[in-house]
Design a protein around this ligand. Structure first.
Ligand code: P6P
Length: 333
């Protein structure tokens, strides 16, 4: 009943952010404000994704993004919403977005933070009502505040993130984020317009029996990867592939599992992007005791060389990622 629901929900995201800010010696409140700005945009995007079928904002927008992917109307709307919220919030000086070829310089001379974001990942799933997600990374700019944005502010390795998170617009809408002190998950209560702490201190199972990979590309896979998949099948693991990275990642984080998007001859660096997909999920993975590599190196140690560069991604339960790496390495010798 109402009272038991009301009683069972945890604290609100706002109160949690404030409490965590108090835990930080250096926190001056700007990062807290930035997280709240992101949460606000999430609530707006959530409302629009729920109405996509009704408000004629499903389907293609009629343009392609820098990846050459056909932009969906909601992709564009979500990009506008996040950019506007971060601009108005006043904490951000630059944004790297999947939807924009170039860095968005907010001309904000007091902005300390740079945000890399995939406003709506998996958006080809919108029209078939499959879960989609937002993925974001937050960095502190490295050049003097107020000076013109430099490439070194943008091209930072994932190990420099001060915060990262994702939003899953699924059967319920969840915001999961880390500031480097563990991972916490919040569930959106539509009727109250608030996120409530529902998954405190998330820890990924060290091992798992779920593997997520699109085996349509099997014939192009490295032999090492084929050998690993063979073992997964001999052990009768479950194959689960939603085709929406945030949904697959979130399920593996909760239940244990590995998500793999490998390199292949068509995509020598795989399909997923380093700056606004792999880095954020890798930070969250490691903060919850899981792992993330490109098949050889830790994702968070990769020094970016271009804005929209792609990376192969092996991410999930520690033991599974390590075992997969072992199979890849064996074939490399
Ligand atoms: P494929 C969606 O386009 C996405 O970026 C991820 O969300 C998803 O995991 C992957 O690509 C799906 O790609 O090649 O398997 O259709």
């Amino acid at each position: 009943n109402e009272s038991s629901i009301a009683y069972s929900v945890g604290e609100t995201l706002d109160r949690f952010i404030k409490k965590k800010q108090d835990d930080f010696t250096y926190a001056s409140g700007e990062l807290s404000q930035l997280l709240r700005d992101i949460a606000l945009a999430t609530k707006i995007v959530n409302r629009e994704t729920n109405r996509a079928g009704l408000a004629n904002i499903g389907g293609a927008f009629g343009q392609t993004n820098v990846q050459g992917e056909e932009q969906q109307k909601l992709d564009v709307i979500a990009n506008i919403r996040f950019t506007r919220a971060l601009t108005k919030g006043g904490e951000v000086c630059a944004i790297v977005s999947e939807e924009d070829d170039e860095v968005i310089d907010l001309q904000n001379s007091s902005g300390k933070y740079v945000v890399a974001i995939d406003p709506l990942d998996g958006s080809s799933n919108i029209d078939v009502n499959i879960s989609i997600g937002t993925i974001f990374s937050i960095y502190r700019r490295v050049t003097p505040i107020g000076s013109p944005i430099q490439l070194e502010d943008i091209m930072q390795p994932g190990n420099k993130q001060v915060a990262a998170g994702y939003v899953l617009y699924g059967s319920s809408t969840m915001l999961v984020y880390t500031t480097g002190c563990g991972v916490n998950g919040f569930t959106y209560e539509q009727s109250l317009g608030e996120f409530f702490l529902s998954h405190p201190d998330m820890k990924a199972p060290a091992d798992g029996k779920i593997f997520s990979i699109n085996e349509g590309g099997y014939n192009q896979f490295d032999q090492g990867l084929k050998n690993y998949l063979k073992v997964c099948k001999e052990r009768e693991y479950s194959a689960r592939y939603i085709g929406s990275l945030v949904a697959d990642f979130h399920r593996n984080l909760l239940k244990g599992g590995i998500y793999i998007y490998p390199a292949n001859p068509k995509n020598p660096n795989g399909k997923l992007r380093l700056l606004y997909e792999a880095n954020a999920l890798a930070f969250i993975a490691e903060q919850s005791g899981a792992s993330a590599t490109d098949g050889e190196n830790r994702i968070l140690d990769i020094q970016p060389t271009s804005l929209h560069q792609r990376t192969p991604l092996y991410i999930g339960s520690n033991i599974m990622v390590k075992e997969a790496m072992g199979f890849l390495a064996k074939e490399k010798v």
